[in-house]
Design a protein around this ligand. Structure first.
Ligand code: HEC
Ligand code: HEC
Length: 245
């Protein structure tokens, strides 16, 4: 169900991946029945709640202009954990909280399995190519690819994979999410309204980034890499640079 993704390079990220897998042990493995039940929840919704696809798109591709993230192809364990986080108030967000609370544990697992089974929004090979050809001097690209060791900031791609394509089961894709959504998440960690990441990894990083750096790195993954690398398998239209800021 999770498609194969490139393993991150570097000893530090390997250590983090194994620490991350311990975190995920508490989350179960999905079956084909889960996927079918998940499809029904995504398309028809559950009593009293809008169907997921009304906001996350017919193919899980999201709606970039509205700040609704894509879910297609994200790791099932990650998606399930986010639903638990919204339901338990560790990820505070007015729209998703009541929806996640209305799903029981089985339904959360099922709908996560369905979205994980869909083709990813981005074409991973293209995202890596774009990363390699993009000028590295700009702040966003620099942080994404090199980090800033003078402040103990690792490069984003060390955990999120080359081109920000994601590394299952722990690290979600960044490339292809809208710049607005990425920025909102970094600000949520900085201000403490998103506080359910394993080992405080993201909150710790976000607190070190200035607002200008958050803008720059969000634009880099959202527009410079992601919007261009959107795969032809979904209907999402690439956003134009700067449109979402
Ligand atoms: C009314 C619109 C709306 C509906 C309906 C909706 N969502 Fe969402 N969803 C959002 C928004 C907005 C966010 C971004 C929240 C944030 O900024 O933290 C989101 C975020 C998420 C995330 C986090 C994604 C990530 O990359 O971390 C998951 C998982 C999710 N939704 C699953 C679902 C599921 C499953 C359903 C159906 C049961 C659903 N959503 C229905 C608007 C919606
Ligand atoms: C040390 C590893 C690590 C590094 C380095 C890292 N991240 Fe993350 N990131 C994570 C983990 C783990 C998650 C999943 C958090 C969760 O499960 O709630 C995540 C999630 C995210 C998300 C949420 C995506 C979504 O779908 O909601 C964003 C946005 C993000 N990271 C941006 C960045 C940016 C930008 C950088 C570089 C400045 C970066 N990350 C560097 C570990 C890392």
């Amino acid at each position: 169900m999770n498609r194969k993704r490139k393993k991150p390079s570097g000893i530090s990220s390997l250590a983090i991946v194994s620490a991350g897998s311990l975190f995920w042990l508490s989350i179960g493995i999905a079956s084909a029945d889960d996927v079918a039940q998940g499809k029904s929840i995504a398309t028809k919704g559950i009593t009293g709640q809008a169907p997921c696809m009304a906001c996350h798109g017919a193919n899980g591709e999201g709606m970039a202009a509205a700040g609704f993230p894509f879910l297609a192809g994200l790791p099932a364990a990650y998606l399930e954990a986010q639903l638990v986080g919204f339901a338990q108030g560790r990820r505070k967000q007015a729209v998703m909280e009541p929806i996640a609370m209305a799903l029981n544990a089985e339904q959360k697992k099922a709908v996560a399995a369905w979205y994980a089974s869909l083709p990813p929004v981005i074409n991973p090979g293209r995202a890596v190519q774009l990363q390699d050809s993009y000028p590295k001097g700009k702040v966003g690209a620099w942080l994404a690819q090199r980090g800033d060791w003078s402040r103990a900031l690792p490069a984003c791609v060390q955990c999120h994979g080359p081109g920000g394509v994601g590394v299952a089961p722990t690290f979600p894709a960044l490339a292809g999410q809208s710049a607005m959504y990425i920025k909102n998440q970094l600000l949520a960690w900085k201000t403490g309204t998103r506080a359910d990441d394993p080992h405080d990894l993201m909150a710790h990083l976000a607190r070190k980034l200035t607002d200008e750096e958050i803008d720059a790195v969000s634009t880099y993954f959202g527009n410079d890499i992601g919007a261009v690398a959107v795969s032809a398998t979904t209907t999402q239209k690439p956003a134009k640079a700067g449109e979402q800021q």
